[in-house]
Ligand binder design. Structure first.
Ligand code: M6R
Length: 612
């Protein structure tokens, strides 16, 4: 995904836009650019690399404008470079555009436009929008709204496009389909951005632009049109965000801040959802579809990346608690394997951003087959939360670090609540068991805080991993997904090759990797698999492998076998993932830091993937 910003008003738009791009940099950070109007012409500055480089350049040349649009890119079509960076300008210099999304029919359009003499400078799909718009404007006497309607209908794919026109220097236009775009309403100034983070400093009054809509905004006002060019009115929303939430607040990195926020975010995801006497779970987002949820013959968890691992944990837990068949799949695979979907299946779509294209497409397909979709999203108002039948927000707050941490534990928490709610309705757990789990869930935030106190100790272990080339992460049962998540965290921010495996599978292949140079992280808490995991540790030690074990406090046996142990408090088997994942997050974080990696912006990644 990419980040886009627009501003019009009395401030220097270039400064506002570049600052906004810095806030959106988690969405993509391989190149960035900005356009404004200077001496009656569109002026563009774009640079390969981070927004900081762009910022320095616009400051050096003292670029000012009352209107500006900008973009921070995560490359899809064309490598990161100055030329491929946005904004893109039309052949005659009449319009400049920034685009977040993907234009699927760009090759056909490009060929047609080239035949008409348009000269393309970049390898991107996005540039086609600028040339197409200029062409359509000429054919429509410069009527921008009518032209945008045609362009909107011509483009196939997903897009949020913000447009600057040399002939209307006091306006910004935008169109949208599939990717997010938020209008920020100021006093004598207006803003546009991919999400609320660039806006919150200036205004909390926002409108989420809908698919197929066309926006025109000046400094003083704005109009929104539907796809038939009828002016429509939208309810204004209030951004539920504070500036402090999107700043590092004294932490070295967003990821570390977000790891340390977890005692609060886990509690926030349970707030108001467990009754005072612990006897019941209350999920406000489940109303009309409650019977469909409780009586489903099958639960399916669809997600990608870290959110997929939350779904894997849920499968173990739901099977145990609700005694219903469960499946879990990565959204990108689900769609293409021609899945058997029964009308009445309950599908949990799990997504931090709520914008992951693979997950959106998968649930749309499932919906067509009559499945009921329950969205578990962090970002309020996101696409997945809107296209789901019902669901629950995770309330983890804004997550900026590309490596997901607090969103994951919030997802687990909400999934546990769903599991308990369903089990209660089905009678597959007793009232006493429900009470006990609720009590244990409410104890988790303090237990997480206890683990966080070991950060310095974990840093010392991380120092031993500094030069590792390859690692194994092992776990059994409900800890298998946590091993996968630990490996994903390690590889995405340290670039150490890390494999997550079900511990029982180790002897079926991965054991061949083990020697003194391949450390293994193993989750060995005192759950029902404990003795089997001890055998795994012994097998590794017998092959001279180094072992870092996550153990339950007070364990007297494993410290005598493993090289390093990280102790965590005790909870019940099913809830352990909320605790075991914390030291793994810290282990990856510190290892990345000692290796000098760019933790919040790991190479080649973006916070969420809005293209299929
Ligand atoms: O926003 P989503 O939860 O749908 O994103 C899914 C994955 O792209 C995401 O979890 C990704 O794997 C993270 N980089 C993991 O840290």
């Amino acid at each position: 995904m990419c980040g886009i910003v627009g501003y019009i008003g009395s401030k220097n738009a270039i400064e506002v836009v570049v600052k906004g791009l810095q806030r959106l940099e988690y969405r993509g950070y391989d190149s960035a650019g900005v356009a404004g109007i200077s001496n009656g012409k569109i002026q563009i500055v774009k640079k390969n690399g981070r927004v900081d480089i762009l910022k320095q350049t616009v400051e050096d040349i003292k670029f000012t404008s009352h209107v500006g649009i900008g973009h921070t890119r995560w490359a899809t079509h064309g490598e990161p470079s100055d030329i491929n960076a946005h904004p893109h300008i039309s052949s005659k210099g009449k319009v400049a555009i920034v685009h977040n999304g993907i234009i699927e029919n760009y090759l056909t359009l490009k060929k047609e436009l080239q035949k008409k003499g348009k000269v393309f400078l970049s390898e991107t799909d996005s540039e086609v929008i600028a040339h197409l718009l200029e062409e359509v404007l000429e054919a429509n006497g410069g009527d921008m709204i009518a032209s945008l309607q045609i362009v909107q209908r011509t483009l196939v794919g997903a897009f949020a496009v913000v447009i600057l026109s040399v002939e209307q220097p006091d306006m910004i236009y935008a169109i949208k389909k599939g990717t997010p775009l938020v209008l920020g309403i100021g006093q004598g100034e207006n803003f546009l951005a991919s999400d609320g983070t660039p806006l919150v400093q200036y205004t909390k009054s926002v409108i989420y632009i809908g698919d197929g809509e066309i926006l025109r905004m000046s400094a003083k006002d704005f109009q929104i049109y539907n796809s038939d060019i009828q002016e429509i009115s939208h309810k204004t929303s209030t951004l539920e965000m504070e500036l402090s939430m999107i700043e590092k607040d004294g932490f070295e990195h967003f990821m570390l801040k977000e790891i340390f926020e977890q005692p609060k975010t886990i509690l926030d995801s349970m707030r108001g959802r467990i009754t005072a006497d612990f006897s019941e779970v209350k999920l406000g987002g489940i109303n009309k579809y409650a019977p469909q949820l409780y009586n489903a013959n099958r639960y399916l968890f669809l997600a990608c990346g870290t959110s997929f691992h939350a779904g894997m944990v849920a499968r173990y837990v739901f099977e145990q608690w609700c005694r219903v068949a469960c499946e879990v799949d990565v959204a990108s695979e689900f769609r293409y394997r021609k899945p058997v979907i029964h009308s009445g299946d309950a599908i949990f779509a799990i997504s931090q951003s709520g914008e992951t294209a693979d997950t959106i497409v998968a649930i749309e397909e499932a919906k067509e087959h009559g499945a009921n979709i329950f969205g578990i999203c962090n970002v309020v108002g996101s696409t997945i939360s809107r296209v789901s039948h019902e669901g629950a927000y995770t309330h983890a707050g804004v997550e900026i670090g590309v490596a997901s941490t607090k969103a994951f534990t919030a997802q687990l928490t909400v999934l546990y609540l769903f599991g308990l709610k369903i089990a209660q309705s089905k009678g597959t757990l007793t009232a006493e068991q429900i009470k006990q789990y609720n009590k244990e869930l409410l104890a988790i935030p303090n237990q997480v805080a206890e683990i966080l106190k070991m950060s310095a100790e974990i840093l010392e272990i991380s120092k031993t991993l500094k030069d590792a080339h390859s690692m194994l992460f092992l776990g059994r049962g409900v800890q298998f997904p946590i091993a996968l998540e630990g490996a994903l965290k390690m590889k995405e921010i340290t670039y150490i090759h890390a494999e997550g495996y079900a511990a029982g599978e180790m002897k079926h292949g991965p054991i061949a990797l083990i020697d003194e140079n391949v450390p293994t992280v193993i989750i060995a808490v005192k759950d029902s698999n404990y003795l089997k995991v001890i055998s795994n540790i012994k097998e590794i030690k017998a092959r001279k492998g180094k072992v870092i074990a996550i153990i339950t406090k007070g364990d007297k046996d494993i410290p005598g076998i493993a090289d390093h142990c990280i102790e965590i408090p005790e909870t019940s088997d099913a809830l352990y993932p909320l605790l075991t994942t914390i030291p793994l997050q810290l282990l990856s974080y510190h290892t990345a830091n000692v290796r000098g990696c760019d933790i919040d912006k790991p190479r080649n990644l973006a916070k969420s993937v809005t293209v299929e």
